[in-house]
Ligand binder design. Structure first.
Ligand code: UD1
Length: 366
């Protein structure tokens, strides 16, 4: 009998991580493999720009289940996802639950599945920022403590899991599914309309993304960061795809320096076109530091910690901190042409999805 694997996706950074796993499962199904999947969208992100556009561009099929939880506090979202997913598992149990990343949907579904006796695999398990002030860190810790299997992106993640007491038989160092998606789509990156409208040219503009509560929820601090960026970019335009959380603070601020070109959250292919050709990226995202590393684009992270240290030790990323004054020396280094070139972390080679499905076959079919 066919085994069902639930694939959980809820928020923007999940969609690129599940796409290569779906592709691999589908291609093996055609070869007669006995694992089918059920795609569960929790509805944590629901705007077209934050969700549907990724499904369209990455060729992800329509979810079989949509929990439609929508916005809410951390506890509201967590409980709505748990109640919704528990009902689905009661109606039709699955044999495995695969969660990705560190968003609220990841943790909520992992706990629900494991309590219902469904083993959980955590894709991107084991990474840690050490900062428990971030909801994502709590989600990572909670998910890893209860998961049965771990599909990891780095040796650092493996070590963190060993420290947690996880036995090595349950850890599979597979690489990075987000990079699978990046490499599979690089040829299709699309020049956004604003490129010609603004007369952009290669390496003559910046891209920024800021949406962490620590950086954007307090308007004073957010304004100081924006001012420091505006002062440091030597008049180059700064393309700023504005996340809904940051849009709220910008509305309160009234206006921001004119060097920023505020645009809607970009679709995947347009966003990565912009990153690939940018002089540098300034961000507080984790995933973007990985993509910038693989594309060899200088990246400055406006955070005090990172759960992805290999983007710094091997890649093009630098940890700036959250004090806006710290930016200047890094921008000076960039404009002096002294940014380190960087390399590609081990197994970030476009084949993580294949390795994950190989292991799922071992776990479920043997
Ligand atoms: C979530 C993830 C974060 C990830 C980010 C990417 C958690 C804890 N955080 O943070 O790890 O980097 O997504 O975007 O899971 N909103 C909309 N439309 C949407 C989605 C959200 O307007 O489609 C609004 C919400 O109403 C809320 C704000 O945006 O006011 C923030 O959304 P939320 O899901 O709470 O978390 P993010 O900050 O997006």
């Amino acid at each position: 009998m066919s085994k069902i694997v639930d694939l959980i996706a809820g928020a923007r950074p999940n969609f690129m991580k599940i796409a290569p796993i779906i592709r691999e499962l589908e291609s093996r199904q055609q070869e007669g493999q006995k694992i089918s999947y059920r795609l569960v969208h929790t509805g944590q992100h629901y705007d077209h720009n934050m969700s549907a556009s990724f499904f369209e561009q990455l060729g992800i099929p329509q979810p079989q289940v949509n929990l439609d939880v929508g916005s809410g506090s951390q506890a509201e979202q967590t409980s709505a996802i748990m109640q919704g997913y528990e009902k689905i598992l009661f109606q039709k149990p699955s044999q495995f639950c695969l969660v990705v990343g560190d968003v609220t949907s990841t943790m909520a579904c992992a706990i629900t599945a494991q309590k219902m006796g469904v083993p959980v695999g955590h894709v991107e398990g084991g990474i840690r920022s050490g900062d428990r002030g971030m909801p994502e860190e709590i989600n990572r810790i909670a998910t890893d403590v209860i998961s049965s299997y771990f599909f990891t992106t780095s040796e650092t993640a493996n070590l963190n899991l060993f420290k947690l007491g996880v036995s090595k038989e349950r850890i599979f160092f597979v690489g990075n599914t987000m990079i699978d998606t990046l490499l599979a789509n690089e040829e299709k990156f699309a020049k956004p309309v604003l490129w010609n409208q603004l007369g952009l040219s290669e390496k003559n503009y910046f891209v920024i993304t800021l949406h962490r509560p620590n950086n954007v929820d307090q308007t004073d601090g957010f304004f100081r960061i924006l001012n420091a960026i505006a002062e440091g970019v030597r008049g180059l335009p700064v393309i700023f795809p504005v996340h809904p959380r940051s849009a709220k603070s910008i509305k309160e601020l009234g206006s921001i320096p004119p060097v920023f070109v505020m645009v809607e959250p970009q679709p995947y292919l347009e966003f990565n076109f912009l990153v690939k050709h940018a002089k540098a990226v300034i961000t507080d995202s984790g995933g973007i530091t990985e993509e910038a590393t693989v594309m060899g684009v200088p990246c400055m992270t406006m955070r005090d910690s990172t759960e992805r240290p290999e983007t710094i030790t091997i890649g093009t990323n630098e940890l700036i901190g959250t004090d806006p004054d710290a930016l200047k020396p890094f921008l000076d280094k960039l404009f002096a042409g002294d940014w380190e070139k960087g390399g590609i972390p081990e197994k970030w080679d476009g084949r993580a999805g294949k390795r994950i499905v190989d292991q799922l076959e071992q776990i479920l079919c043997n």
